[in-house]
Design a binder for this molecule. Sequence first.
Ligand SMILES: Nc1ncnc2c1ncn2[C@@H]1O[C@H](COP(=O)(O)OP(=O)(O)OP(=O)(O)O)[C@@H](O)[C@H]1O
Length: 254
Amino acid sequence: MTSSAAPASLEVSGLAFAYPDGHQALFGVDLTVGRGERVALLGPNGAGKTTLVLHLNGILTGGAGSVKVAGLPVEKRNLAEIRRRVGIVFQDPDDQLFMPTVREDVAFGPAASGMRGAELEARVHKALERVGMAEYADRPPHHLSFGQRRRVAVATVLAMEPEILVLDEPSSNLDPASRRELADILRALDVTVLMVTHDLPYALELCSRSVILSGGTIAADGKTADVLADDELMRTHRLELPFGFDPRAAAAKA
Ligand SMILES: Nc1ncnc2c1ncn2[C@@H]1O[C@H](COP(=O)(O)OP(=O)(O)OP(=O)(O)O)[C@@H](O)[C@H]1O
């Protein structure tokens, strides 16, 4: 990288972390995600994926190594700015939606950062448009379907115009049509994406690059079709494709 190039969206270096009970969940993780990349973070249960994600916006701190978001270190003194830059969409949209209307939920983050008036209104409208939910702005979130609530949860994060969008199991509990609609929405975004998922076809559909985290270390990092087609790698890390799914053929068709 030349000195004039923009810093990567995410640079994790040598990140190691043990929980207070002594359980070591990460052992020296290195991961760089360039601006505009969409990367799937795969791995079996207990691999350390959530632990890694919780370090990206400083919910967890205190381990060894470093995390930088667009060049800014994730440290206590920077947390307000880091939380603006790292948008995490959790698996359950109801963890993120708590206001009386969709509009107020999407406005909450930018308003908390001091945005007001027409600028705030425009920001909210743009975020809702990006997820195809502008016409639902005045609805209470609990009157929406699960898939619609997930899209609004994505909008609450997009409204902060984050450097990186982190999605935890974005396809979970979605019917096939909602799953496809969300994929179209995510593909159309011009934002860096890190997607944690057990849904391997969805990873292939959305992310050209996949990283396997297993036992707290990075076990593979490459083109998604190549990672998924490596039977031994997949078996070793307890990753299973749906019966009959051929990742190379699916990638060629996409
Ligand atoms: N608060 C905690 N205290 C102690 N150990 C924890 C804590 N949270 C998670 N762990 C342990 O750390 C390891 C990594 O957990 P983590 O939740 O990061 O895995 P994961 O890859 O996100 O798993 P999953 O796919 O099941 O969500 C696991 O062994 C887990 O039991």
